[in-house]
Design a protein around this ligand. Structure first.
Ligand code: FES
Length: 107
């Protein structure tokens, strides 16, 4: 039996029709890459990587959030996934270059 997850990663995969920017397929590829990385680790039964709807950062997507750390990342590229996974998901560290600044939440 699987145990309750200790960590959740939500990757925006919202695809919006029209000209407004959305994370869409880029978010889906990032989520797929994170799932692939997770599948090769002993923590795979304790961490979930979920697709999410819009996280409210559309203009700076693709974006994601890791709980319970509450670390938000933006402008993620596929090449960032391995670093995100190893540094933030496994080692609970923050990648400052990708982090959404706190001041954005205090507007
Ligand atoms: S569409 Fe991804 S944050 Fe809005």
């Amino acid at each position: 039996m699987k145990s309750k997850p200790t960590k959740h990663i939500f990757v925006c995969t919202n695809l919006r029709a029209g000209e407004s920017k959305s994370c869409g397929n880029k978010g889906l590829k990032i989520r797929t890459q994170l799932v692939r990385l997770l599948s090769n680790t002993p923590q795979k039964d304790h961490i979930r990587v979920n697709k999410s709807g819009c996280l409210g950062l559309c203009k700076s997507g693709p974006c994601m959030v890791i709980y319970p750390q509450k670390v938000w990342y933006e402008k993620i590229k596929i090449k960032d996934c391995e670093n995100i996974f190893n540094k933030s998901v496994i080692d609970n560290d923050i990648i400052e270059e990708l982090e959404v600044p706190d001041k954005r939440w205090n507007k």
